[in-house]
Design a protein. Structure first.
Length: 303
């Protein structure tokens, strides 16, 4: 199968990994990322409540030997960072053997976001780790939801979701930028690589959520057509230009996105882990009939 042949993935035998914290809209478990280290899958996700009950209240890091049944290792509370809400985190083991947790933090009483990192020797110590502001954003853009990869040569790659702040009431719009780094803390932005397509299902926003392959560059991404679809994104596939590397501009290969059959249709924040046998395990935040979102996993058939 070539990159151009890739269709939408679907989950084989999906199972709930983390149920929503309560019933009803706004109660979501998801926005996850995962990494496989020495046979153990480390999963991090945010727990979210409705707007009236606090939004993203915590980030959890959990571990599993089968990628399905997880036990909590540590937890970070948003109040410790002065954040109004948390969104997508990233957990990974650094090349030197230590651990890092990236956090997406909302600035109180604004639409601005920033990304901060915690570094520690062990996963358990991450909540007390060394803090570094890595993507501050500014008055014109909020930055959140990083996707981070470290290549075999030690190069760091990051795709961020950027929210323009130039028009009041329109801050939900989103594009994806690519950044590079030598240490994962100090980043160089190389520009927008994925943007909305007018008149399409991703006309309002396009956010990379998983990098399936660096060479060729293949990603899963979230999109939505209207402002009213904020928080209810669907999933599509995009690919880079042949030979252009991680900084490549991405082109969508999806005309009809992957969506839940239930409630608001959300099928978003997909994350993938390549298993030793070559298969891909996926984690995604998926809407259920009562409007809550569960964190669900399954193998990606055909990928």
């Amino acid at each position: 199968m070539t990159v151009l042949d890739l269709g939408l993935p679907f989950l084989d035998e999906p199972r709930v990994v983390v149920p929503a914290p309560d019933a009803g809209p706004g109660n979501w478990s998801g926005a996850a990322s995962a990494v496989l280290v020495e046979g153990v899958t480390y999963l991090t996700y945010r727990v979210r409540r409705p707007l009236t009950e606090g939004r993203g209240v915590a980030v959890v890091v959990a571990a599993s030997v089968d990628g399905i049944s997880f036990e909590t290792v540590c937890e970070v509370e948003r109040d410790e960072f002065g954040a109004e809400s948390f969104e997508r985190p990233v957990v990974l083991r650094r090349p030197d053997g230590g651990w890092r947790l990236y956090l997406s933090c909302a600035t109180p009483d604004s639409k601005h976001w920033w990304v901060e990192a915690l570094d520690a020797d062990t996963v358990e110590d991450l909540p007390r780790g060394r803090r570094t502001l890595v993507l501050p954003g500014d008055d014109t853009v909020g930055v959140k939801d990083p996707v981070v990869h470290v290549d075999p040569d030690g190069g760091w790659h990051l795709w961020s979701c950027d929210h323009p702040l130039d028009e009041a009431g329109e801050e939900d719009r989103m594009t994806t930028s690519y950044h590079s780094s030598t240490d994962g803390l100090s980043w160089t932005r190389h520009g927008t690589v994925l943007a909305p397509r007018p008149g399409m299902w991703d006309a309002r926003g396009a956010r990379v959520t998983a990098v399936v392959s660096l060479d060729p560059l293949v990603v899963l991404y979230d999109g939505r057509p209207r402002k009213e679809d904020n928080w209810h994104e669907r999933c599509g596939v995009a690919v880079g230009e042949p030979g252009a590397g991680p900084a490549s501009v991405l082109t969508s290969r999806t005309t009809e996105p992957l969506a839940s059959r239930d409630s608001d249709g959300a099928w978003r924040y997909a994350a993938t882990v390549r298993l030793p046998d070559g298969r891909l395990r996926c984690y995604a935040e998926i809407a259920r009939p009562d409007g809550a979102h569960d964190l669900v996993t399954g193998l990606l058939s055909g990928w």
